[in-house]
Design a protein around this ligand. Structure first.
Ligand code: FES
Ligand SMILES: [Fe+2]
Length: 353
């Protein structure tokens, strides 16, 4: 795969590519069934499908015969069949069968690209980089360890924004924008207290006022009824662990943002919100089946909140992208010292591919 080649100096961060040598999230597990699914990761169309053995596979979304989309085809046993002339492909991208092959003809020796892909913690993780590289086996998906943990209630929201991924990560690392979400009462009065950065991550520690406290089992109703919320101080940690983001607000909330940069002007991401039940030790003594029932029944309990926050953020991010396109050289005035570190990480990663 050819990714844009960059040098580290003075490059406009809004034009930078991604470092392909990481695991990106391209879909939720539940989206990938036997019907093929087309996704795009940094301008590269990819088809995902689940074969008859339940394994998820990822191929270039391009039939080697006449270049039409394989995601319009279907799965037949372990093969992916193109909708046009019915050629079938193996999971390694080689041709497996051509329905009208004559006795004196050989299968064409064509092969499309296969991607390394893993199904983990409710998501499909894809590695678009060099799988021949020495360190490939040591690079693991970031993962979402709370996904199967019975003490965490999950909610997932999809972010689709017409903007470069740098605008989204800057939004997520800049907790001073609680102002935008006042009507959802998530957090307020953030103060950046500590910032650290290295070649792979930026960690920003804020002190903030949180509206939520999950100390009684019914406190979860605060996710639906803002009137039940009371302000109190909580640490708010946000980390850019390239290419993804993770955040904790006090003991009760953890949020991930799993990135799938689509192009220079489009980004998809999966926001995964967890409410912790760790404080309820009595609950932990109940049978596993019951705890699983509680976890599953409460799945999505923060949906309205999360969708509302996403809507507000996407609107701002898309306005930033538009303003940038109209005048890429206009100066912006940034006061949050976390953001230069975020941009530096993007530059270093884009340059190190
Ligand atoms: S274009 Fe796919 S089989 Fe012909
Ligand atoms: Fe936000």
């Amino acid at each position: 795969m050819q990714f844009p080649c960059v040098t580290p100096h003075n490059l406009d961060v809004r034009q930078l590519g991604i470092n392909p040598n990481h695991w990106y999230v391209v879909a939720r597990s539940s989206q990938v069934q036997t019907k093929p699914l087309g996704v795009t990761l940094w301008n590269h169309p990819i088809v995902l499908y689940r074969d008859s053995g339940g394994e998820v596979n990822a191929l270039e979304d391009r039939c080697p015969h006449r270049q039409v989309k394989l995601s319009h085809g279907r799965v037949v046993g372990e093969f992916l069949e193109c909708s046009y002339h019915g050629w079938q492909l193996k999971s390694n991208g080689a041709c497996a069968a051509v329905p009208y092959l004559e006795d004196n003809q050989k299968l064409p020796n064509c092969k499309i690209r296969r991607y390394a892909v893993k199904e983990q913690d409710g998501f499909i993780w894809l590695f678009p980089g060099n799988i021949e590289a020495e360190n490939f086996t040591s690079l693991k998906p970031m993962g979402v360890p709370e996904w199967d943990n019975l003490n965490y209630i999950a909610t997932v929201a999809v972010i689709d924004c017409q903007a470069h991924y740098s605008f989204l990560i800057e939004n997520l690392m800049d907790m001073y924008h609680g102002h935008l979400h006042q009507d959802y009462q998530a957090w307020t009065s953030a103060v950046l207290e500590n910032l650290s950065a290295d070649a792979n991550r930026v960690d920003a520690h804020y002190q903030a006022q949180s509206y939520y406290k999950i100390d009684k089992i019914w406190s979860i109703t605060q996710l639906f009824f803002p009137a039940l919320r009371r302000l109190h101080p909580e640490p708010l940690h946000v980390s850019y662990i390239y290419p993804h983001w993770v955040s904790t607000l006090g003991q009760d909330f953890k949020i991930y943002c799993l990135f799938c940069p689509v192009s220079e002007k489009a980004t998809r991401a999966y926001l995964v919100h967890f409410t912790s039940l760790n404080a309820f030790w009595r609950l932990h003594k109940l049978p596993i089946w019951f705890r699983r029932f509680v976890k599953n029944s409460l799945f999505g309990s923060a949906q309205r909140l999360l969708d509302g926050l996403v809507r507000q953020d996407v609107q701002m991010i898309e306005q930033e992208q538009q303003a940038y396109l109209e005048n890429p050289h206009r100066r912006i005035y940034e006061l949050n010292r976390a953001l230069p570190s975020v941009q530096q990480l993007i530059r270093n990663q884009a340059a190190s591919e």
